[in-house]
Design a protein around this ligand. Structure first.
Ligand SMILES: [Zn+2]
Length: 377
């Protein structure tokens, strides 16, 4: 579908985004929950998982979890409130550039993915200890709901249309579509910046094939240790038990948590493999100038680009488990090297889809994207 009518809504998404931002502040101050085991009690905050990973020597993971679950949600909601607020109250400023950053940050702010990770961790902790959700936890839940509601009300085209630009250039034989705000400019603008959102303009994303291929190879190489090495070690009364991603799924099944087991299995094992194989297929088809299933391939690309971030559930689950189960000799959880490889696979496949350009698949067999004549191919 190309486009429906713009909704023109600014006030509703602004109110909901601002509400989500306000609700996220107490989520940082008040504890998410309290875990009790054999008389001992531990409180967990949003940032406890990050500091526990950092202190455990997993600094790269701590940085990733801190960015995805704490820092970027604030940046995203703050920027979006700024842009929508400026539009609502008629204030100026570099709104095009700011809204471009809103779009850039969106896949990396994972508050809703984090919440599902928390839920998986909650279900696993409940098996071994008693757990009570704190005020911070309810605020996080409310903030996520407000944010998801805001997304249903937010219409990007309304924002872009409000940021009108003067003459976008002559429509010659070749034009460039801005990949961020969809503005059409003259082909002579190659390498310059978009007059509306200040993104670099290119007819096609530069070095898309090479960059995607390099990232896909790295992804395949890391996929092996991600699934073979343990992602977490549970120490219970001096006895250590190592868990890989798959054994974590099996543990959920043993505890009759079937829906969660299916979610984690699909998100952690199936999705990364689907992304890597899908991108390999697209790269090979482009290389061989194949015209088969072009529409299907393009749709498949959109799907994996959209759902790829959900693979991070397991990373967040482990960070919450580490933070919640800190009972010394009784029960303790540590991250494993497999989790570093796993997080790297998720990040690498997310970057790989974002640097790939589906239009190259259409160029390769000399067709214009959008024409539906691949059925006869
Ligand atoms: Zn633009």
């Amino acid at each position: 579908m190309l486009a429906g009518p713009a909704t023109g809504r600014v006030t509703a998404p602004l109110a909901l985004t601002f509400a989500a931002l306000l609700l996220l502040l107490p989520a940082l101050i008040w504890p998410l929950g309290t875990v009790a085991s054999l008389g001992a009690q531990r409180q967990t905050w949003l940032e406890t998982g990050v500091s526990a990973l950092w202190n455990g020597g997993f600094r790269s993971l701590a940085t990733l979890v801190g960015l995805f679950s704490v820092a970027l949600p604030y940046v995203y909601l703050g920027l979006l409130t700024w842009v929508l607020g400026s539009l609502r109250f008629g204030l100026g400023g570099p709104l095009g550039t700011l809204f471009r950053w809103v779009k850039y940050v969106r896949p990396w702010m994972m508050i809703e993915v984090y919440l599902v990770g928390c839920f998986v961790a909650y279900s696993r902790i409940k098996v071994v200890a008693t757990i009570e959700i704190g005020a911070g936890g309810w605020c996080l839940l409310a903030a996520s709901l407000a944010f998801l509601l805001a997304l249903t009300q937010l219409d990007e085209r309304t924002v872009w249309a409000a940021l009108s630009v003067e003459d976008a250039g002559k429509r010659g034989t070749q034009t460039i579509a801005c990949t961020v705000c969809d503005l059409i400019v003259a082909g002579t603008e190659e390498g310059r910046t978009c007059p509306r959102c200040a993104a670099k303009l290119h007819v096609r994303k530069p070095d898309a094939i090479k960059r995607t291929a390099a990232l896909v190879i790295a992804g395949f190489l890391l996929y092996v240790p991600a699934n073979v090495l343990p992602v977490l070690t549970t120490v219970r009364l001096g006895r250590a038990e190592e868990n890989t991603i798959l054994s974590g799924v099996l543990e959920l099944i043993q505890n009759d948590l079937w829906p969660l087991a299916i979610i984690v299995f699909v998100a952690s094992i199936i999705l990364p493999l689907l992304k890597l194989c899908g991108l390999t297929w697209m790269l090979l088809a482009t290389y061989r100038r194949s015209g088969r299933l072009l529409v299907g391939r393009t749709r498949f690309y959109r799907m994996i680009d959209l759902v790829g971030r959900w693979s991070n559930i397991d990373v967040f689950t482990v960070s919450v488990l580490i933070a919640a189960l800190r009972f010394g000799a009784l029960t303790e959880v540590h991250a494993g090297d497999g989790l570093v490889a796993f997080a790297a696979v998720v990040v690498i496949t997310m970057v790989a889809t974002s640097v790939f350009d589906t239009r190259l698949m259409w160029d390769a067999c000399g067709r214009e994207p959008g024409r539906r004549h691949d059925r006869n191919a």
